[in-house]
Design a protein around this ligand. Structure first.
Ligand code: T5A
Ligand code: NA
Length: 210
C-alpha cells in the first residue's frame, strides 16, 4: 500500500568537486540552514566509511592498503547501492538529502586513474539521480593550499588535475558550477538560495533514476 499519496517528497541535493574544495563544509552548513528554517534535511556522505564496505575503502584511501583499481571502483559503487534504500525512504518521507559526493566522483576518479570511462559508469546505472548538483570548482593550485591537502591517496596534483578535467567532461547542462574560491559565507548564501528554489519545484514529482 502506498502511504505517500499526496505527500511532497524531499529533494536530492548533491555537492561534487575535487578534493578540498569545501564540499563537506558547505554540505553541513546547508543542512543546518534548512533545519533552522523548519525543513527536514539530512546529510549523507560518500564514501560512507562507517559500513563494512566503507571500512575497506577507508583502508585503501587512508591506511595504505592496496587493492586492484577495478575492485576499488566497484566498492565505491557498492557503498552507494547499500545506502540507496534508506536514501529513497527519507526522500519519500519528505526529508531533503544533502549528499557530499556521489557517482560523478566515482567515475571521475577512476577514469582519471586510467580505467575505461564507459566501464566506470556501468555499476552506478539505476541509482537515484540528484534533483540538483552543485559543482564546487577551483584550480588545483588553490585547493593544495587548503588545510589537509596531501594526506590521502588521491591528493596528488597530477591526479587531481585529471579528475578536474574529467568532472568538466562529465558536467551536465543543469549543474550549478560554483566558484569555490569565494568565502565560506558567500558560497553558503549562493547554495542556500538555489537549494530553496529547487525544493520549491520538486513537489510530488517522481524520483528519477539514471
Ligand atoms: N572517491 C570518492 C572516489 O574515488 N570514488 C567515489 O565514488 C567517491 C565517493 C575521499 C576520496 O575518495 C574519492 C574522492 C576522494 O579523493 P572524501 O571522504 O569525500 O573522499 O574526502 P574528504 O577528505 O572528506 O574531503 P575533501 O578532501 O574532498 O574536502 P572537502 O569536503 O571538499 O573540503 P572541506 O569542506 O573539508 O574543506 C577543506 C579545507 O578547506 C577549508 C576548510 O576549513 C578545510 O580546512 N575551506 C575553506 N577555506 C577557505 N575558503 C573557503 N571557502 C573554504 N571552504 C573550506
Ligand atoms: Na569532504
Amino acid at each position: 500500500a502506498k502511504a505517500n499519496h499526496a505527500m511532497v517528497r524531499g529533494a536530492f541535493i548533491l555537492l561534487e568537486g575535487c578534493d578540498r574544495t569545501g564540499k563537506s563544509t558547505q554540505a553541513e552548513r546547508l543542512v543546518d540552514a534548512l533545519n533552522r528554517r523548519g525543513q527536514r534535511a539530512l546529510l549523507w556522505k560518500f564514501p560512507d566509511r562507517t559500513t563494512r564496505i566503507g571500512q575497506m575503502i577507508d583502508g585503501y584511501l587512508a591506511k595504505g592498503q592496496d587493492l586492484n583499481d577495478q575492485a576499488v571502483h566497484l566498492l565505491f559503487s557498492a557503498n552507494r547501492w547499500e545506502a540507496i534504500g534508506q536514501i529513497q525512504a527519507h526522500l519519500r518521507e519528505g526529508t531533503h538529502l544533502v549528499v557530499d559526493r556521489y557517482a560523478y566522483s566515482g567515475v571521475a576518479f577512476s577514469a582519471a586513474k586510467g580505467l575505461d570511462l564507459h566501464w566506470c559508469k556501468q555499476p552506478d546505472v539505476g541509482l537515484l539521480t540528484p534533483d540538483l548538483t552543485f559543482f564546487l570548482d577551483m584550480s588545483i593550485e588553490e585547493s593544495m593550499n587548503r588545510g589537509g591537502f596531501g594526506q590521502e591517496r588521491y591528493e596528488k596534483v597530477a591526479l587531481q588535475t585529471r579528475v578536474r578535467e574529467m568532472f568538466h567532461a562529465l558536467r551536465e547542462p543543469d549543474w550549478k558550477v560554483i566558484d569555490a574560491t569565494q568565502t565560506k559565507d558567500q558560497i553558503h548564501a549562493e547554495l542556500l538560495g538555489i537549494a530553496q528554489a529547487t525544493i520549491g519545484c520538486v513537489g510530488n514529482t517522481e524520483l528519477k533514476h539514471t
